[in-house]
Ligand binder design. Structure first.
Ligand code: G16
Length: 542
């Protein structure tokens, strides 16, 4: 029997850069998850009898919310739900399942790279039929629904067994528990030269993959160890834990420090990689050579033709605005278009659907292609391995040759986390207020040549997304971008993106911090970060 439960709105359910992310305690309030899920369903048309995909990164509260969503999907009239065994689906795997099974859409339960556990973060994101995150028009409709919701629909039923692969009935709706890894691993085999990678791994080439006790463990163990023959132990922290072993599942140089140290050791492995909570981000480190996400996008785009799935060439490259311009130079050399979008993978979906772009990437450790509609951590690692197997050169040599051909975009991101929201807003408001006056201003990094607040017009549907970040350009092509994160759950996070281009015949071997020192000083001059945030230094530098 369908129950209609009365409820009242919560006013804080506005989806951010990537769905609704809040503290677990917020999600544990009675009716909180229910309200949001019903608001998602109420924003959709025509799903009666259709398939919904459901899964998450296994973090604390994952199983409970899956049961809530199953009951609500049955009450709202879905015909079938495909759910990953144990409630597990990495974000890219969920995207693949939606596409492969022709689902109406999917609910992905994750707070990505944010920590998990009773006092940490949880999240819910809706993905549409193309497998990608809902575009802004949909997330805005969901938010509008959350503000006027009066009731939600559910059924009374015992929990569904999530641990056994197979099919059960839930009040007339089919629940199909699927192997979360199999379809994804099969897709990877169609894109990459597994035989060549197997040869590379058998030749003495040593890799390490840190799954950070998050969702990629089972995927990485199956693909790297079982299918590609890497020795047992290649995958570290390979069992997903609800609290990620008390770690922060963010594959950057702070939270994946052990991996970084291993790769910098004299006798360390040849290649190290990591992924995040839900498996869509990646970290790539060669022996003695960290690869920035922006450079990784450029190198992968320049070498993608070496992998069978991309041998036909690329239609175009897309990057988020704060991502460095390294990929732009590759696109120019290949004679293909380069698209600059706001931060958020959802902005790539239309470009991929329209076959305008084949490869996309973001400075925030995301790279992916048209094989799914999410960024994909393991995909990026496999493409790197395929390139390494084809070129048989160390990562450091590949980087050096890339810079010698295209020049080098020195790049760093400085994050100031957990700032009081009012103070962060004041910093941004002051910057926005000064945009018109900035050109011509002298700074430690030279003269400001242009300043604006980035606005994007989607070339496929003409939709406009304004106020996407303050850009300050300098006469020599250097750039500083200021924006507030849309994924944090505590106060505000200021992100300062710093970039300086060094031509191919310039000094390509500088330390990044030294190369960017004048820009770092200029950022402080222009934004008065210390005064506004009360922080003398960034919390994280990536
Ligand atoms: C999400 C989005 C990405 C975005 C990142 C950082 O990643 O999918 O597109 O680049 O957040 O966003 P922000 O700078 O607003 O915090 P994820 O891995 O958290 O889903």
């Amino acid at each position: 029997m369908i129950l209609t439960v009365n409820t009242t709105p919560f006013t804080d359910q506005k989806p951010g850069t990537s769905g609704l992310r809040k503290k677990v305690k917020v999600f544990q309030q009675p009716r909180y998850a229910e309200n949001f899920i019903q608001s998602v369903f109420d924003s959709l048309d025509g799903f009666a009898g259709q398939t919904l995909v459901l899964g998450g990164d296994g973090r604390f509260l994952n199983r409970e919310v899956i049961q809530v969503a199953l009951r609500m999907a049955a009450a709202n009239g879905f015909g079938r739900v495909l759910v990953g065994q144990g409630g597990i689906l990495s974000t890219p795997a969920a995207s693949n399942v939606i596409r492969q099974y022709g689902a109406f859409g999917g609910l992905v339960l994750s707070a990505s790279h944010n920590p998990g556990g009773p006092d940490e973060d949880f999240g819910i994101k809706y993905n549409i039929a193309n497998g990608g995150p809902a575009p802004e028009a949909v997330t805005e409709a969901i938010y509008a629904n959350t503000l006027q919701i009066a009731s939600y629909k559910t059924i009374e039923a015992p929990d569904v067994d999530l641990d056994t692969v197979g099919t059960t009935d839930l009040a007339g709706m089919t629940v199909q528990v699927i192997d979360p890894v199999a379809d994804y691993a099969a897709l990877m085999e169609t894109l990459f030269d597994f035989a060549a990678i197997r040869d590379l791994l058998a030749s003495g080439f040593v890799m390490q993959f840190d799954a950070m006790s998050a969702v990629t463990g089972p995927y990485a163990t199956e693909i790297f160890e079982r299918r590609l023959g890497a020795p047992a132990g290649t995958v570290r922290n390979g069992v997903p834990l609800p609290d990620f072993g008390h770690h922060h599942p963010d594959p950057n140089l702070v939270h994946a420090r052990d991996l970084y140290d291993a790769l910098m050791a004299p006798d360390g492995p040849d290649f190290g990689a990591a992924s995040d909570g839900d498996g869509d981000r990646n970290l790539i480190i060669g022996k003695h050579c960290y690869v920035t996400p922006s450079d990784s996008l450029a190198v992968l785009a320049a070498n993608a033709h070496l992998a069978p799935g991309y041998a036909r060439g690329l239609a175009g490259i897309a990057r988020s605005m704060p991502t460095s311009g390294a990929a732009d130079r590759v696109a120019a050399a290949l004679g293909i278009p380069l698209f600059e979008t706001p931060t958020g993978w959802k902005f790539f979906g239309n470009l991929l659907d329209a076959s305008l772009a084949t490869i996309c990437g973001e400075e925030s450790a995301g790279t992916g292609s048209d094989h799914v509609r999410e960024k994909d951590g393991i995909w990026a690692v496999l493409l790197w391995l395929n390139v390494l197997a084809a070129r048989r050169q160390p990562v450091a040599t590949i980087m050096a040759e890339h810079w010698a051909r295209y020049g080098r975009n020195y790049y760093a991101r400085h994050d100031y986390e957990a700032i009081e929201t009012a103070r962060a807003d004041a910093l941004m408001a002051r910057l926005r207020g000064s945009l018109e006056a900035l050109p011509g201003t002298q700074t430690a990094a030279g003269t400001v040549s242009m300043a604006d607040d980035f606005s994007y017009t989607d070339p496929t549907d003409g939709s406009i997304s304004a106020r996407q970040g303050v850009r300050i350009l300098f006469a020599d092509g250097s750039r500083i971008v200021f924006r507030l994160s849309g994924t944090g759950t505590e106060g505000a996070t200021l992100r300062v993106y710093l970039e300086r281009y060094e031509p191919a015949d310039g000094d390509l071997g500088q330390e990044t911090a030294a190369a960017l020192a004048p820009l770092i000083a200029a950022a402080e001059e222009l934004a008065q970060i210390v005064a506004h945030t009360g922080m003398a230094e960034p919390s994280v530098i990536t």
